[in-house]
Write a protein that binds this ligand. Sequence first.
Ligand SMILES: *Cc1c(COP(=O)(O)O)cnc(C)c1O
Length: 217
Amino acid sequence: MAVAVEKYRSLQTALTAKQVTLVAVSKLKPASDIQALYDEGHRHFGENYVQELVDKQAQLPNDIQWHFIGHLQSNKVKYIAPFVHLIHGIDSLKLLQEVNKQAAKNQRIIQCLLQVHIATEDTKHGMNADELAACLAHLNTHPLPHVQVIGLMGMASFTDDTTQLSKEFTTLQQMYQQHQHFGFNTLSMGMSGDYEQAIQHGSNMVRIGSLLFGHRS
Ligand SMILES: *Cc1c(COP(=O)(O)O)cnc(C)c1O
């Protein structure tokens, strides 16, 4: 399928009106698809796999703001640290400490989101409420000068059950509000199938792939 440029335009207009940032999730899609939205003026793109992101970053314009939205292994942070704009999936203090170390080597401050586990599936990553609170408390007493934690990210269950989705998004929204005094400004939740509901629950950053780029094989 070709990139849904008309869909992109209407979605971007609607999201801009609501002050919601659109991250176009381009994993497993060719660089030419990214270029097509870049040519429309889009700059925020999300990728899940380190090697794929590194390859695309080298081929595409330098002013793209790359979001790493996948599960990040500590030993791979070094490959994306020179250029990544925002890391969404920080699920442990140890990973955040590694990002801090690699950011320092690159003389950068890397923005990060802490990932919270809100779904029913165990396959999804993220901290629970206690781990999140402990992580933030630790950062408060042991600051990491080369990372800036700007908010939270979550993935809801893969379901059409709007009551269940609402419950999960509410959980994340409440944690976001509870910890907002740590300097949060970004709540990343919502994908192609559930972004409207996520926005109703306070999301201000949505990660949308298949709606723009078609289904992934
Ligand atoms: C793949 C992915 C998305 C985009 O999913 P779509 O359903 O294609 O919009 C969003 N967030 C994360 C973390 C993903 O892995």
